[in-house]
Design a protein around this ligand. Structure first.
Ligand SMILES: Cc1ncc(COP(=O)(O)O)c(C=O)c1O
Length: 459
């Protein structure tokens, strides 16, 4: 192991959870019962669980200690003030509204900031984010650079906004028809790709001239900051915490899923700069989430989140985190397995179009590849392609994204390099007999967010 390339874990393990492997016959049985949807597998039947990095983090001894000082008062919990003060200090926003998780914040933001018929340009869609925008009458427009839709192109900031796309949308519909610009840092569905500070600055300055607000999806802002430190000359001597603060200085607020870069298992929040919007958000949080001092979280969860957010900014932690993901990606590319390049912050994305060249997108290659990875070695991943894309609300047609991928998402502080090597070995083995992967067809297609609970069978 080259430790200069892949630093050893900056933690030692105090508590463990047993995982076990089952037989191929059992896995086939489980897969059929789950309708070839890895979301419908039982956790007990999975050996290495790379379904998501959301809420699957291992908490530290300090976070667990923090849970013991949870103040479970209905209103005015001291843990809320700890969380609020931490977020104010680290993100630089004056107003914070806690929510049960990220989509709770997206729901409130979409309610208060979108008028029906307005556009919401964003650097690629995200499932829950677009759902809430559309549910509130917004029209999503993708303004990410074209290269982000091509799995093979290797660029340092593949999550950047294309300024020409943003400018031409504003020229076409008028600034008053733009609800706000949504900038995600990093971009999940592009492969966890980062956005540069230079790009954020340009977007924000342009939007300020036009009177358009910018809200960020802050979900993986610490991972984004690490890439900026690595790749953007101006910031190579900055701390990750300084870069995170700089990031948010180019926005009017953000939504945060605490289940990722806050190193917790549940929680989220909405940040705002504008006091009137804050008042509107507080009126809604009591309807959807709970009092403005807990927003759907227990006091102990807010405490764990406040501590976790600070831990996430430690350089040793975030360097190991990003490089462990890169290690898995490099094992796969060294063996010729096609993945989305470059490797992003939270996951390695397999390029299912090239992994299964014998399948059409209408045969759901990524959904089937995820199912077959489980069958091959008990590793759970998820589809990020045509199934996740959903249908167009107006035409009813599939969105059919260019990227047809399987996401191997690495939980934070949970697995070791040996686990990554096992995952790589399983996938390399499967790639050698990729032609055995069959296409799938729908058995049950849910109307919303169909990837979570949809069921399939082999063609
Ligand atoms: C980029 C991004 N935004 C928003 C969300 C929604 O957050 P949550 O799952 O906490 O509701 C997620 C979660 O997967 C995400 O990856």
């Amino acid at each position: 192991m080259d430790f200069s390339r892949y630093p050893a874990e900056p933690f030692r393990i105090k508590s463990v959870e047993t995982i076990k492997m089952n037989t191929r016959e059992e896995r086939l049985e489980n897969l059929k019962r789950a309708g070839y949807n890895t979301f419908l597998l039982d956790s007990e039947d999975v050996y290495i669980d790379l379904l998501t990095d959301s809420g699957t983090n291992a908490m530290s001894d300090r976070q667990w200690a923090g849970m013991m000082v949870g103040d479970e008062a209905y209103a005015g919990s001291r843990n809320f003030y700890h969380l609020r003060d931490t977020v104010q200090e680290l993100f630089g926003f004056p107003f914070i509204v806690p929510t049960h998780q990220g989509r709770g914040a997206e729901n409130i933001l979409s309610h208060i900031a979108i008028k029906p018929g307005q556009y919401v340009p964003g650097n690629m869609y995200f499932t829950t984010t677009r759902f809430h925008q559309e549910a509130n009458g917004g029209i999503f427009r993708d303004i990410i650079i074209d290269e982000a839709h091509d799995a093979a192109i290797d660029l340092p900031f593949k999550g950047n906004v294309d300024m020409n796309k943003l400018r031409s949308l504003v020229d076409e519909v008028g600034a008053e028809q733009i609800a706000y610009v949504c900038v995600a840092v990093t971009v999940n569905l592009a492969g966890g790709q980062p956005v540069s500070i230079a790009n954020m600055r340009e977007v924000y300055h342009y939007c300020q001239q036009k009177g358009i607000k910018v809200f960020m999806d802050a979900t993986r802002c610490v991972e984004n900051a690490w890439f900026i430190k690595e790749r953007e000359e101006e910031f190579k001597n900055h701390t990750v915490a300084q870069i995170v603060k700089e990031t948010f200085s180019y926005s009017d607020g953000c939504t945060m899923s605490g289940k990722k870069d806050c190193l917790t298992n549940i929680g989220g929040f909405l940040c705002l700069r504008d006091e009137d919007l804050f008042t509107d958000a507080k009126e809604l949080v009591v309807v959807f989430e709970g009092m403005p001092s807990y927003g759907g979280m227990a006091g102990r969860d807010m405490e764990a989140m406040a501590i976790g957010l600070r831990e996430a900014m430690q350089e040793e932690y975030i360097e190991h985190r990003v490089k462990q993901v890169r290690y898995l990606g490099e094992l796969l590319t060294d063996a010729g397995v096609p993945i989305v390049m470059p490797v992003g912050g939270h996951a390695v994305f397999l390029d299912a179009r090239r992994f299964c060249p014998h399948l059409e997108q209408s045969q759901f290659p990524a959904q089937s590849l995820a199912a077959n990875i489980y069958l091959e070695g008990g590793v759970r991943s998820m589809e990020r392609g045509i199934i996740s894309g959903g249908r167009d609300k107006k035409t009813g047609k599939d969105h059919a994204p260019k990227l047809e991928t399987v996401r191997l998402t690495i939980p934070r502080r949970v697995y070791t390099y040996a686990h990554m090597a096992y995952v790589a070995q399983t996938i390399i083995k499967l790639y050698k007999h990729n032609k055995d992967i069959k296409g799938l067809k729908w058995v049950y297609e849910p109307k919303q967010l169909r990837f979570f609970t949809g069921r399939f069978e082999e063609i």
